[in-house]
Ligand binder design. Structure first.
Ligand code: NAI
Length: 453
């Protein structure tokens, strides 16, 4: 008998879709070729945060600013990796246990779509064929590679690492050159700089950290530089040699020496060898095209998470999973991307949701911006000796509604979602003023800012 749902891929999108489908009583199979939990749990969000937490503990222990004196503070990188592995193992078993409890069949094999049968779509995995009335493609993304001399050879020899290898690297390099000053590059660089690695980040744009608030990004770069990182902006990498990276800047060819190189110039949708062409799924530049219901052009075939390349974030995949399964169940649900929080877990963290001042203006929205130093928060001052932080709230001046928020502030990842809620509910400055926040918290600076509206 055919499955109601075949989920291809067991990352945040895939496993949460399978859990939801299983919980709703649908006969579901989740096919995963590597490890349940996907990139996020095994070689992305979670392991990076484990390393960063150890790094932060180390940095704070050495600080000597809160009246605490510790001598001979050291960090054991191998112990850090072991602990990271322990956390990952616990969470992966948790995902597997939940899938089991929702009666989802788990198949630990690579699956490939091979065509259509009498009852549904056919997926081959581990020599068996599975037939599903609905198919959810959640095959994620892979590290993008630039076609420059020496890069493939560097990856093959282990001189060039992606996030996958770097997270299991047992021996720390003295000098690391990072290609790409985006999320992965900055987070990995933050941990490695904290444990004493000499970091140089080569970025082709004139700024790091992607498309978030330009002022906050400048401040973030200063903080990173204070930690010892070097930035080479507006530079084009042209070659990777055995012990160095060659790049062009201002028309000149230059070199940066490195013991290891991290490749983090973006990710691309993983649609290679998935067999989507066998059922005619429409693609755009290698990513699956979906509508607001997460439907592809092929009936009963959905695509969620990085594979549709809309916004490559685990939490977006979770929500897309809800939307896909709800649509399978006949429950009306639509995906919106206007209030997606995103965080770069640097020191301090850079959190953002909705429009930035620049993006709103580019859309022709008349904005009112409230910008405050984080020192307006008593709790921030108490816990951030010598750290500068800034926040920005962006309002649509016509309606007084909040449309964006950015924070350069430690643990802002924990409260940026408050603003996501306000944006999603289309609350005005006046509405937000009436919401009570606990005191003392760092988040209450949002109230402080809104009171100045
Ligand atoms: P990214 O898109 O965040 O950053 C890549 C950077 O590389 C960009 O700044 C780009 O301008 C630069 N670049 C591209 N080609 C280059 C070249 N040839 N030379 C120099 N610089 C070049 O991609 P990243 O950091 O690889 O992350 C991939 C994905 O993983 C992202 O979509 C991100 O959302 C996700 N991720 C999210 C995390 C989070 O939410 N905290 C953590 C880690 C990854």
């Amino acid at each position: 008998m055919a499955y109601d749902v075949i989920v291809l891929g067991g990352g945040p999108g895939g496993y949460s879709a399978a859990e939801k489908a299983g919980a709703a009583g649908l006969k579901t199979v989740c096919i995963e070729g590597r490890a349940y939990g996907g990139t996020c749990l095994n070689e992305g969000c979670i392991p990076t945060k484990a390393l960063l937490y150890s790094g932060k503990m180390y940095v704070h222990a050495k600080e000597d600013v809160y009246g605490v004196h510790a001598e001979n503070v050291t960090i054991d990188h191998n112990a850090v990796i072991d602990r990271k592995n322990k956390v990952v193992k616990t969470l992966v078993s948790g995902v597997e246990a939940t899938l089991k409890s929702k009666k989802v069949e788990m198949v630990k094999e690579y699956g490939k779509v091979v065509g259509k049968g009498a009852e549904g779509y056919l997926v081959e995995a581990g020599g068996k064929t599975y037939e599903g009335k609905n198919l959810i493609i959640a095959t994620g993304s892979v590290c993008a590679i630039i076609p420059i001399p020496g890069l493939k050879e560097g990856l093959a020899s282990g001189y060039v690492l992606t996030n996958r290898e770097l997270l299991d690297m047992r021996e720390l390099p003295k000098k690391l050159v990072v290609l790409g000053g985006g999320v992965i590059g900055l987070e990995m660089a933050t941990y490695l700089a904290m444990v004493g690695v000499d970091i140089t980040i080569i970025e082709m744009l004139d700024h790091i950290a992607g498309n978030t608030d330009k002022d906050l990004v400048k401040d973030l770069q200063k903080s990173c530089e204070k930690m010892g990182m070097h930035f080479i902006l507006k530079a084009k990498v042209t070659e990777v040699k055995a012990d160095r990276v060659v790049y062009e800047k201002d028309g000149k060819t230059m070199e940066a020496e490195a013991d290891k190189v991290l490749l983090s110039i973006g990710r691309r949708a993983n649609t290679k060898d998935v067999g989507l062409e066998n059922i005619g799924v429409e693609m755009n530049r290698g990513a699956v095209v979906t509508d607001e219901h997460m439907k592809t052009n092929v009936p009963n075939v959905y695509a969620i998470g990085d594979v549709n390349a809309k916004i490559m974030l685990a939490h977006v995949a979770y929500r897309e999973a809800d939307v896909a399964v709800n649509n399978i169940l006949g429950i009306k649900d639509v995906m919106r991307y206007n209030a997606v929080p995103s965080v770069i877990y640097t020191l301090p963290e850079l959190s953002s949701v909705g429009e930035t001042e620049e993006s709103a203006k580019a859309k022709g929205i008349d904005v009112r911006v409230i910008k405050l130093p984080m020192s307006y928060s008593g709790r921030f001052l108490v816990e951030n000796e010598g750290v500068r932080g800034t926040m920005k709230l962006v309002f649509n001046k016509k309606y007084d509604t909040l449309i964006g928020a950015q924070f350069l502030c430690n643990y802002s990842s924990e409260f940026v979602a408050i603003c996501a809620g306000y944006i999603e509910m289309e609350l005005t400055a006046k509405d937000i003023q009436q919401i009570i926040m606990p005191h003392p918290t760092v988040a209450e600076i949002i109230r402080e800012a809104v009171n100045q509206y």
